[in-house]
Ligand binder design. Structure first.
Ligand SMILES: C[S@@+](CC[C@H](N)C(=O)[O-])C[C@H]1O[C@@H](n2cnc3c(N)ncnc32)[C@H](O)[C@@H]1O
Length: 287
């Protein structure tokens, strides 16, 4: 079997299984991973023959993809903000829409000017948000926190691989291990899928850790409520809180921020033009 035949066969198997909407892309990524080549080489070296071992490994990955295992878990990598992050089944697969959380955080850090640039990426998972901020703004000091020891191992791997020397990890249930620590900016993409929404999720999404996705309350906002209520104790005066949530939760998240004394409350749109990120500045001095 030559490369172009493998690509055609892999694409066919994935398409006929109904797993995912991008069978050609998925088969390409799995084949590149198996052969350790780029996507351009896939086409320029199309007539090269796969060794029996390469063929076996490729078809085994295609079989797993057919059973709805996401490509990122099979290749152990996902691109986020133009960098490759190490990914495994212990973490959420970074989403393109989450780049808005990064963009907003970087803009607000710039706006804050020269004061101390301590950032907390709460619910960090793979570390994609906090590590990107650390690398894009080398004056920042970024703490990555998560309740999951396994997720933090992945985040630590990404810190090392991407050489983010201004980022560190801490295990914490929300703010529990933060003691008196305060930050200039707290950003977070917490679990916010309500149980009834989770039922509608694809089999592929259901392969991702439930701990990363589900908030057990009927409106999916319990964790966000806790973060908004507790963050004033961990923000410097004029510090920013930036939260990703579902577009259906934006109104309530903005109301909660207002209730807690935040100002400059703003909703930010994702790539699909939906309001998905909300930010606010904590100006009160009473905490
Ligand atoms: C939606 S994922 C976000 C991962 C990553 N920040 C991203 O955007 O791709 C949510 C993360 O929150 C973590 N988490 C869930 N409950 C938590 C809690 N009570 N305290 C801290 N982290 C929590 C999960 O382990 C998971 O890694």
């Amino acid at each position: 079997m030559v490369i172009e035949q493998a690509l055609t066969e892999g694409t066919r198997i994935i398409r006929e299984s109904g797993a995912g909407e991008t069978p050609l892309l998925d088969a390409s990524l799995l084949l590149c991973h198996t052969l350790d080549i780029t996507r351009v080489q896939l086409y320029t070296r199309g007539k090269e023959t796969l060794s029996p071992d390469q063929k076996r490994r490729f078809l085994s990955l295609v079989e797993k993809r057919k059973n709805h295992v996401p490509v990122a878990y099979l290749t152990n990598t996902r691109e986020f903000y133009n960098r490759d992050f190490y990914i495994n089944e212990d973490v959420l697969i970074p989403r393109g829409d989450t780049e808005i959380l990064v963009e907003t955080s970087l803009e607000l850090l710039d706006k804050a000017g020269n004061r101390d640039r301590t950032v907390l990426d709460m619910c960090t998972g793979s570390g994609c948000v906090g590590i990107t901020i650390a690398l894009e703004n080398s004056d920042s000091w970024v703490t990555l926190s998560d309740i999951s020891t396994k997720a933090l191992k992945v985040a630590q791997t990404n810190i090392s691989r991407l050489k983010a020397s201004n980022a560190t990890c801490i295990e914490s249930d929300l703010f529990e291990s933060m003691k008196e620590r305060r930050f200039s900016l707290i950003c977070t993409n917490p679990p916010y899928i309500a149980p009834q929404w989770y039922e509608q999720c694809s089999l592929q999404v259901k392969r991702e850790p439930q701990l990363a996705l589900i908030d057990d309350s009927p409106d999916g906002l319990d964790i966000i409520r806790k973060i908004i209520r507790q963050s004033p104790l961990h923000l410097h005066t004029n510090g920013y809180l930036v939260i990703e949530c579902d577009y259906r939760q934006i109104g309530e998240a903005m109301r909660l921020l207002r209730e807690e004394g935040f100002c400059e409350i703003t909703a930010h749109r994702d790539l699909g033009d939906r309001q998905r990120v909300v930010s606010g500045r904590y100006s009160c001095t009473r905490n």
